[in-house]
Design a protein around this ligand. Structure first.
Ligand code: KG4
Ligand code: ZN
Length: 340
């Protein structure tokens, strides 16, 4: 039997500084996430300069806490895995510089992680024995893409969004409604007491066979609903909590029902009855409910990443790091970052 592998994962691509130690790609020994939401909320979105400064302050204590909570020493680690792309360049550089310093100082292999592939790995983690291929949806603030996944390291893009990502549409929709950033959880909270059929938004399905997404029209439809028939409304917040929760429930329904139907289409077209869903929006309970509803009708086995590993975290980085290490996929110490 091969020796157990302990991987330290480091994530700093956007507005979370995270570190985690995972054993053999499955067993989470520690997971530390420092979220910057409070620092960005007043600006309505992530401000790259603020993100960079916060990562710089948090990266060392976050890594130290992850290692000590795991009950290990840096010398016990088998490798150090770090997100190098895609993301904010200044933010990525901080995680990658920390990872390189540790890899050099402790003479450990460095592993280059693609953030989206890590979101997919998070959805593979709950499955005890993998049965490839899968259809995979990654749905976050920056991405809404369908893939065919043939191994933890092999993903073929089937379709993506032509404009906004689903999380971006939720974030922008929430801003129009006067709800706090990040918009996805704000809309979900408000929607829980609303009627999803109150405002029947047309689903952007892009014809009967398309796997592509487009959420910008839905955002415009929300704006026109807010402006009212004369289109003169200047105050975007609707009077009365009832209307607001109905509007949130209807908008959330349109986004999540579209995602669920597209997943079913991809599974049917590719004749693959197994579906993985990861990324920040995969936390959403209406999305989980819509996917479960359609999946049971189509005999599709759907697995979501665990809620705590849907939004950015380092467990998924360490997990994918294990898959890459066992595949001999080691990066050199001149590893560079990339925005895309
Ligand atoms: O994966 P993630 O943390 O960062 C990116 O890689 O983009 O995803 C963040 C996105 C944001 O757009 C946020 O509004 C959305 O995920 N999100 C949610 C929920 N939690 C986070 N959307 C819907 N429902 C949620 N509960
Ligand atoms: Zn992410």
């Amino acid at each position: 039997m091969s020796e157990a592998k302990l991987i330290l994962g480091i994530e700093s691509s956007c507005d979370e500084t995270a570190a985690s130690v995972v054993l053999d790609g499955r067993e989470v020994l520690s997971s530390v996430v420092h979220s910057q939401i409070d620092q960005h909320a007043q600006w309505g979105g992530v401000v790259p300069e603020i993100a960079g400064r916060s990562h710089l302050e948090q990266i060392v204590p976050t890594i130290q806490t992850a290692i000590s909570e795991a009950g290990v020493l840096p010398n016990d680690l088998s490798a150090i895995a770090v997100t190098a792309r895609p993301g904010l360049l200044g933010s990525l550089l901080i995680g990658v510089s920390a990872a390189k310093s540790m890899a050099w100082a402790f003479e450990k292999p460095l592993i280059d992680i693609h953030h989206i592939e890590a979101h997919i790995y998070a959805a593979l983690m709950p499955i005890p024995s993998w049965e490839f291929p899968y259809i995979t949806l990654v749905v976050s603030g920056g991405h809404t893409s369908l893939y065919q996944t043939d191994s933890p390291l092999t993903h073929t893009l089937l379709a993506c969004t032509r404009d906004d990502a689903a999380g971006e549409a939720l974030d922008k929709g929430a801003a129009m409604l006067g709800l706090p950033y990040p918009g996805g959880p704000s809309i979900e909270k408000e929607a829980s007491s609303g009627n999803p059929k109150a405002f029947p938004f047309k689903l952007p399905l892009m014809g009967p066979d398309s796997l592509e997404f487009s959420f910008s029209g839905l955002k415009t439809a929300l704006l026109y609903t807010l402006k009212g028939p004369g289109g003169k409304r200047t105050d975007p917040t609707l009077p009365g909590a009832k209307n607001l929760s109905d509007l949130c429930a209807s908008f959330e329904h349109a986004v999540t029902e579209t995602l669920a139907q597209k997943c079913m289409r991809a599974c049917e077209q590719k004749k693959i009855p197994r579906l993985l869903i990861g990324g920040g929006v995969a936390r959403n309970s209406r999305l989980r409910e819509r996917v479960a509803h359609h999946a049971s009708q189509h005999d599709i086995q759907a697995t979501f990443a665990p809620p705590e590993f849907c939004t950015d975290n380092a467990v998924m980085i360490a997990g994918l790091g294990y898959a890459k290490l066992t595949n001999g996929d080691i990066a050199s110490l001149d590893l560079d970052v990339a925005a895309r």
